[in-house]
Design a protein around this ligand. Structure first.
Ligand code: KIV
Ligand code: ZN
Length: 512
């Protein structure tokens, strides 16, 4: 295949995806995701929007310093401050890209930008030229392109190329396009602009559930870069899902005559990592990475599969890194078996992380006979992978009483600043009682905005895994906790969210 058949994968999980998640990832977590994307072999990682906050700036700078193979991109409006901030954040990158954008649709120009088309042209020319003076790799996006006038777009893209942009992006910002018309739209722009040396890109949102279909249609129309996210994370209904686009191109290479450089066997673990760190679950029937994506329930299907897997399987679970049968480990499993299972599940731990993970695994084996994949993943996220910047409040002790008569009561001891404080409370249930007791100890009163609890496997002795989101003033933070005791899991999750609230508040200079 000539290079014309390679579609570049531009990941925007940490920019457009995170923009939509209800909570923020911290820099260490973004670096972990960036490393996973590097292992996946994506071409470009959009690590954030540096001018939007100090947290985003730091995340882009850290990813740029630590992840060396993919191009690292930072988003910027065409404004001078945005572009210089992106340039600054990307300074340490081995290969950097400034991705600058301005809206081109009549509705955005009139109501959002309050600019005339001629002013938009002047602004983009100035912005692209400034970006090119910082780095030679500049991408220009015409926001809301799919609702823009095509003649104006041809003018816009021609000027962006003349100003030095080498990648031109045609976004379907509001997910409005239909695949057949979007294919024609992209083809017409590419043909009319007629600059064979540039790369044409698309960026499709999923408001009508067509993000992937439109991205693929654009590839047929000549696009050679697609912007997408892991698990389809993103604004509103999300962005086009990377795993779906890539597996369509791979499985139907015959149809598209194009492919990507992605190592598809890394999809499943990357999806788990993104879901675990953002707290946004993957629906079970999600194509490619859902837990049921390769499950065959109907007897007739199972019979076919036994005769020949190709009867009902157009791609194998192995090809996307799905770990297959849930193999339970127990107290006789040694370090080697444990490490191997963690690796099969797709986690790459440092020597230090794997030593602590094994230690916790052994503790867990004293409490329960079988340790499932779900248990391992839950405690990896609870104790190893999630990075709480500073532990201010720690659970030291608790007693919770429940029964059919009387109100549930909790007595909780927390450690803070070298001292221990105990408080007790009653509540409508044991979790309510425990949270009320914690609130008596805290010097501020965060609001609980989300609370979920689930079992990590179908067995009665599964770990309980809790996820909470707390809000204080305008800040939100999430916490996750896993334990054989579900009440302990809920308290761990709550306290992690409290500790994260402190660090987000410090970064945003909000007093607690
Ligand atoms: O949806 C959109 O148009 C964007 C641009 C900044 C590319 O996210
Ligand atoms: Zn977008």
């Amino acid at each position: 295949m000539s290079d014309g058949g390679i579609v570049r994968i531009f990941d925007t999980t940490m920019r457009d995806g995170e923009q939509a998640a209800r909570i923020n990832l911290n820099t260490g977590e973004k670096v972990q995701i960036a490393r996973a994307l590097e292992r996946l072999n994506v071409d470009i990682i959009e690590a954030g929007f540096p001018a939007s906050s100090k947290g985003d700036f730091d995340a882009v700078a850290n990813v740029a310093a630590e992840v060396r193979i993919p191009i690292i991109a930072g988003l910027a409006r065409t404004k001078e401050g945005d572009i210089t901030s992106a340039g600054e954040a990307l300074r340490g990158a081995a290969r950097s890209r400034i991705h600058t954008f301005i809206a081109t649709s009549p509705i955005h120009m009139e109501y959002k930008l309050k600019m005339k088309p001629d002013d938009v042209l002047k602004e983009l020319e100035r912005g692209v030229k400034l970006a090119v003076s910082i780095t030679p790799d500049v991408e220009f996006s015409a926001e809301d392109a799919s609702r823009s006038d095509i003649n104006f777009l041809v003018e816009v893209f021609t000027l962006a190329i003349e100003s030095g942009a080498t990648t031109l992006n045609i976004p379907d910002t509001v997910g409005y396009a239909m695949p057949h018309e979007f294919e024609e739209f992209c083809r017409a722009i590419i043909t009319r602009v007629n600059k064979p040396d540039v790369i044409w890109s698309v960026h499709c949102h999923n408001d009508l559930g067509l993000g992937v279909a439109n991205s693929l249609a654009a590839v047929r129309g000549g696009a050679r870069q697609v912007e997408c996210t892991i698990n389809g994370l993103g604004e509103r209904a999300g962005n086009a899902s990377m795993e779906e686009i890539v597996m369509c191109l791979r499985t139907r290479k015959d149809h598209f005559g194009a492919d990507t450089k992605i190592d598809t066997t890394k999809f499943y673990p990357t999806s788990k990592l993104v879901s675990g760190l953002t707290g946004v679950p993957v629906q079970p029937n999600k194509a490619i990475v859902g837990i049921n994506a390769f499950a065959h329930e109907a007897g007739i299907h199972q019979h076919g599969m036994l005769c020949n897997r190709a009867t009902y399987e157009i791609m194998t679970p192995e090809s996307v890194g799905a770990p297959g049968t849930d193999l339970h480990l127990g107290k006789h499993s040694g370090r080697h078996a444990f490490n191997e299972r963690v690796e099969t599940l797709g986690y790459q731990l440092t020597t230090e992380q794997s030593a602590s993970a094994f230690e916790y695994f052994k503790e867990l084996c004293d409490k329960k006979k079988d340790v499932s994949d779900g248990d391992i993943e839950a405690f990896l996220f609870d104790r190893i992978l999630r990075l709480t910047p500073e532990i201010r409040y720690e659970l030291r002790d608790f007693t919770v009483t429940i029964g059919s008569g009387g109100k549930p009561t909790a007595s909780i001891t927390l450690a803070h600043d070298g001292t221990e404080t105990t408080e007790a409370s009653v509540g409508n249930g044991p979790v309510d009682a425990a949270y009320k007791a914690i609130l008596k100890i805290l010097p501020f009163q965060p609001e609980l905005v989300e609370f979920h609890i689930r079992a990590t496997s179908e067995l009665a002795d599964a770990l309980g895994e809790a996820h909470v989101i707390l809000r204080y003033k305008e800040i939100k933070a999430q916490g996750r906790g896993a334990s054989t005791d579900i009440i302990e899991a809920t308290m761990r999750a709550y306290l992690e969210a409290v500790n994260r609230l402190y660090s987000v508040a410090a970064a945003r200079e909000v007093a607690i």
